[in-house]
Design a protein. Structure first.
Length: 586
């Protein structure tokens, strides 16, 4: 009930958003001219210029046509032949977690004391005094010594360092810190954290040397320390959001689909009301909240142009990282340090708010959410999970009947059973919501775990050829073993080349699944607008659309594909406002 009341309160805020009347003079506020503007419209793919007024595209066409909208007060950006196009849309973020890591401490690539001390000191400079540092996850990239394609050499695990409280105290005196390594086999607190919790050598699980705590804790002792962490202040949540928004703006992202915890909703509303929201938010709560949303009167598309509810997220299985993704056949390896089980499709299933267990649970949730128009999007990694989910979708579509606004999607769509699965998705009209950067990260270990089945991992071309709509995003900031960049151009690079950032393997990993740069670009723009049910207001550069655009230093449809990841954003424009200007440094 508390959640429902909170959502109802948000609904009042969203519903009260007022439209600003247009000025009497029809001139443009901003003009982009003299460039190569990709529109996303198949009937008119390239134009020269764009005029913007009151946050929308007033005129999209030739330089001559657009110049008619110029007034003395109009700001003009000369593209000088550069590429401009629809702003990038990211179909999958954990925005609050990204903000935590950007403002706080990110130790994924740290594997020594010097690196840890440097990162913790930098975080202490960013955080307000007294704010806790939590997590960090050091050593994630040091578990294996790998070739550029990630082949394991068997070293790494024994080389991990064991930091102590001394590594933290000198560089974080005002910020309590409770940190751990990538698999939580090591947990570490600084003096400020231990003082806040009252932790002493008398506690079970507190390691001591010479009668003094080293900061190293057992899991149980760390849980006791964690109990001393106060609720995060609104000020800190806002600072985390601001730094995350700045990162997205620098990458040309104008809309992001967020797996949103309820406590994040007031942050977005505060930023919108203060004019600080520099990207649009497509909110996704978990699937088992559908009945509470219905009670609060919230359905698909509820909201305004800045904050909009865009479906609900469920889970059909876990992830391959801990061998909890469902496959028809068992995994092939127990992995490093015994952390991966040789599990079959009957193994552990992720329990993050909804799932396939008990039998019938997922179908009940999808049926209810779909019936009120809150299009379910369900996480499915393994071939068994994907096929099971498609069967549920088919029954729901038949039971609930036709709905032109329905946007059912398989999140990740990671490993297909084969091409027949793609054809089935196309027949049902199911969207493949994928994160292409996963491809060049997961190739490090996927064949070792599932063997020949890896041929059908991230099967972009197979899905495209079958007629499945591809929707792309990042899964930013990633997992406890990897940082996933939110850069759409890096994602395009991954989908087009299927190579690591170092260019391995030659020709790409299962190169038959590479797609064209334009197909990848559409998956980050036009297709994502459709996936959100917002194709009438965004995703293309046409008259009347929201003025969300990106200007790039080079044209992604003309460069060598290996250069895609290196293209820089010159301008990001959201609602007609320049929210990032590379030359100006902001």
């Amino acid at each position: 009930m508390k959640k429902a009341l909170g959502l109802a309160a948000l609904s009042v805020g969203l519903a009260s958003s007022a439209c600003v009347p247009a000025p009497s003079d029809p001139g443009a506020d901003l003009i982009l001219s003299g460039g190569r503007v990709w529109t996303g419209d198949d009937d008119n793919p390239w134009i020269e210029a764009v005029a913007i007024r009151d946050g929308r595209i007033l005129r999209a066409g030739s330089t001559v046509e657009v110049d008619r909208e110029r007034r003395p007060w109009t700001r003009v950006i000369d593209l000088e032949g550069r590429y401009a196009g629809p702003g990038f849309m990211d179909n999958h973020t954990h925005f609050n977690r990204a903000g935590e890591l950007l403002l706080g401490v990110n130790l994924l690539d740290v594997s020594d004391g010097e690196g840890l001390r440097t990162r913790v000191a930098e975080a202490a400079e960013r955080l307000p005094d007294g704010a806790w540092m939590v997590g960090g996850m050091w050593g994630a990239y040091e578990q294996w010594e790998m070739s550029s394609t990630g082949r394991e050499s068997g070293a790494g695990a024994d080389r991990l360092f064991r930091p102590s409280r001394a590594d933290l105290d000198a560089v974080s005196p005002s910020n309590p810190a409770l940190l751990w390594n990538w698999d939580r086999s090591q947990l570490l607190a600084n003096g400020a954290a231990m003082d806040a919790a009252g932790a002493t050598c008398a506690w079970s699980g507190v390691e001591c040397e010479g009668g003094q705590p080293t900061g190293r804790l057992s899991a149980a002792a760390a849980d006791r320390v964690r109990g001393a962490i106060p609720e995060k202040t609104m000020e800190q949540r806002l600072e985390e959001a601001r730094i995350a928004l700045a990162r997205l703006a620098s990458l040309g992202v104008t809309t992001f689909f967020d797996i949103t915890p309820p406590e994040q909703l007031p942050v977005y509303e505060w930023l919108r009301e203060s004019g600080e929201l520099t990207a649009r938010v497509n909110v996704r709560l978990v699937l088992d909240t559908w009945d509470e949303l219905a009670h609060a009167g919230i359905g698909q598309g509820f909201g305004d142009d800045w904050i909009r509810f865009g479906g609900l997220k469920g889970f059909a299985d876990g992830i391959m990282g801990n061998s909890s993704a469902r496959f028809y056949e068992p995994y092939l390896t127990t992995g490093v340090r015994g952390s991966w089980r040789n599990a079959s499709n009957t193994g552990h299933v992720s329990n993050q708010g909804s799932g396939m267990d008990p039998p019938g649970n997922m179908e009940r949730l999808v049926m209810g959410a779909d019936a009120i128009g809150l299009s379910p999007r369900v996480h499915a990694i393994g071939d068994h999970a994907i096929d099971s989910l498609l069967s549920i979708f088919a029954r729901v579509i038949e039971a609930n009947g036709p709905d032109p606004g329905r946007r059912l999607a398989v999140i990740h769509t990671q490993v297909l059973r084969g091409a027949a699965t793609a054809r089935r998705m196309a027949e049902l009209g199911i969207i493949a919501e994928m994160q292409p950067y996963h491809t060049i990260d997961d190739m490090r270990w996927m064949e070792e775990r599932i063997g020949e089945r890896a041929r059908w991992a991230y099967a972009f071309k197979t899905l495209e050829d079958a007629g499945v709509l591809l929707s792309f995003g990042s899964d930013w900031p990633g997992t406890n073993a990897a940082w996933y960049t939110a850069n759409p151009l890096a994602g395009m690079y991954a989908a087009v080349t299927r190579q690591t950032l170092e260019g391995e393997p030659a020709g790409g990993w299962f190169p038959e699944e590479r797609i064209s740069a334009e197909a990848a670009l559409r998956a980050y723009t036009v297709n994502n607008a459709y996936a959100a049910g917002e194709e009438r207001i965004k995703g293309t550069v046409e008259d009347g659309m929201l003025a969300d655009l990106v200007v790039l230093e080079r044209n992604p449809l003309e460069v060598d594909p290996v250069e895609l990841k290196d293209i820089l954003v010159d301008y990001t424009i959201v609602g007609g406002r320049v929210v990032y200007d590379r030359a100006a440094g902001n």
